[in-house]
Design a protein around this ligand. Structure first.
Ligand code: TXE
Length: 506
């Protein structure tokens, strides 16, 4: 397979600024760093490199903004209006934001445009949820008592986001925390910080009160670690690898801040013989090759009924060899570049190891040499067993592992044989099988005769080591709140704890 000719727009390297306490500027150290397009090997951005001092300044700005500033104190209608204004600004700048994500991440331009559309929808949805935060009043506390159960913003939220969906993942968190009345420090991945920092300019244009949102870019082990352990941070919301998620949770234990984690997955699609096999094959190929497999929801495991395994594999290979991949700036491209050399090496190592453990490659398996950029062929590996590393670990590349089953209970047992639990799917024409699978598969999202359909209204998150907490949906804003019980007494207090007239020393 040959790559389409690489073309990159003739535009100057973009210079970005961080946002701290309402000021767009340089990092404290005045240091900067650059990023090359993983698809073109050309420098595309230059960013202030924050360190611990910037993290401390950003947290202190968010703290003051929360404790004394207008954002948590304004009406829900005002907050909602501001979120809608930001949504409009993102929509008006969507093409530029999409291009930034393409150049820094290597994802296809048509996909990046769709992601921006989804992100705008998340901001608009969060704007509506800002006005739907409600408490309750329990009846029956007696004649003299009134109890209010309020939902109050949790406080200062630190957010750490990864490189695979820079603007979408930010939009799954930030507008919901803002809707709740929280203030935020956000650190995007150092591989894809551009669209996050560009948002800082849009927030300034929208006249977001200073300190409400602070955006800094630095390394995970310095800035990320500092945010996770900071005593003035009340909650940390992290998306990334399970390994780093664990270390974030450990760092958060110092002040027992709330932790929300969106981590990895090893997501299975079960394909039964009675399914629409054409539609299923298309969804399996989409599920595993979307974003070059660098996706927490990647359906990297196929569990196919033995009686149709051979014909289904044939169909998959046909599709895998046809799916357009190469230059992400080409609107026809469906599979773009791999994020960096470390990720390429990781993918290659898993594939080689699986072959040595007895898996049979049906197509792909190689990186594309000879041109600029990092590209890995869409790969299908058959005869994989559940004990192989390729079936257990998140490869995060365009690599499908296929296994076979006889009987639905075996399929579900294989599907659940993982320490992850983000998503799972089943393709079947049989209602009973669909209901059974939806009930017994252990994952935060179950897709029946579809894959990766998502809506702002539907909560998203994982069971087991795929994470803690949920984003999106009606509950998303509540994740950034806590309950406060307020008790009012009315009338005279007649009951006394210390009995009237009692004298301890007669
Ligand atoms: O992720 P990291 P990496 C998985 C995927 C991939 C692997 C490695 O399997 O192959 O992770 O990718 C910040 N304290 N996913 O190394 O390191 C970091 O700066 C606090 C799955 O890029 O988890 C970045 O902002 N923060 C995933 C963010 O964590 C730290 C998406 C994610 O980086 C930190 C990405 C630390 N000690 C990778 N170390 C998904 N679920 O979609 C790093 N960071």
């Amino acid at each position: 397979m040959t790559l389409s000719p690489i073309e990159i727009e003739k535009r100057p390297v973009q210079a970005y600024r961080q946002l701290v306490d309402g000021r767009l500027g340089e990092a404290a150290s005045a240091e900067r760093f650059g990023r090359q397009s993983p698809a073109h090997d050309m420098q595309v951005g230059c960013y202030p490199l924050a360190d611990v001092a910037d993290a401390d300044m950003a947290v202190s700005a968010a703290r003051v903004a929360f404790d004394e500033g207008p954002w948590p104190r304004m009406s829900a209608a005002e907050r909602s209006g501001m979120l809608a204004t930001v949504a409009d600004l993102i929509a008006a700048n969507a093409e530029e934001l999409a291009l930034i994500d393409v150049l820094e991440s290597g994802k296809p331009i048509t996909q990046a445009r769709a992601e921006l559309e989804g992100a705008v929808d998340l901001w608009r949805y969060a704007a509506t949820r800002a006005r739907a935060i409600e408490g309750t009043v329990p009846a029956g506390l007696g004649q003299h008592m009134l109890g209010l159960i309020e939902r109050v913003p949790i406080g200062v939220v630190a957010m750490i986001t990864p490189w695979n969906f820079p603007f979408v993942i930010l939009s799954q968190k930030l507008p919901f925390a803002l809707a709740a009345g929280c203030t935020v420090v956000l650190k995007p991945s150092e591989l894809t910080p551009g669209s996050t920092l560009r948002l800082g300019e849009l927030l300034t244009e929208a006249e977001m009160p200073p300190g409400t949102v602070n955006l800094i870019v630095g390394h995970g082990q310095t800035v990320g670690q500092r945010l996770a352990e900071h005593d003035d941070v009340d909650m940390i919301s992290f998306t990334g690898s399970t390994q780093v998620g664990r270390s974030v949770a450990r760092a958060a234990a110092g002040n027992l801040k709330k932790v929300s984690l969106e981590l990895g997955g090893k997501n299975p699609q079960i394909v039964c013989a009675d399914a629409d096999l054409d539609a299923a094959a298309d969804a399996v190929v989409f599920g595993v090759f979307f974003n070059a497999g660098q996706c927490c929801n990647s359906s990297s495991r196929l569990i196919v009924e033995a009686s149709v395994e051979e014909q289904f594999h044939k169909r998959l290979v046909e599709l895998a060899e046809r799916v357009p991949f190469g230059d992400p700036l080409d609107p026809a491209t469906k599979i773009g570049a791999i994020i960096n050399d470390a990720q390429m090496d990781k993918i290659e190592t898993y594939v080689a190891q699986a072959i040595s453990q007895g898996a049979s490659p049906l197509c792909g398996t190689r990186r594309i040499d000879g041109g600029p950029g990092r590209f890995f062929e869409p790969t299908v590996m058959a005869n994989v067993t559940s004990d192989m590393d390729i079936a257990r670990d998140e490869v995060f590349g365009p690599v499908l592992s296929t296994m076979r089953f006889d009987g639905l209970s075996e399929a579900i047992a294989i599907a659940n044989d993982t320490h992850y639990g983000l998503s799972a799917g089943i393709w079947t024409g049989n209602y009973d099988r669909a209901v059974c699978a939806a009930r017994d598969l252990r994952a935060g999202t179950i897709w029946v005769n579809c894959w990766m359909d998502g809506f702002a209204e539907m909560p998203f998150g994982g069971m087991r080591q795929s994470g803690l907490g949920r984003e999106q949906g009606a509950q998303a804003v509540e994740e950034f709140t806590e309950l406060k019980s307020v008790l009012f007494h009315r009338g005279e207090r007649s009951d006394r704890w210390v009995p009237n007239g009692h004298n301890r020393n007669p």
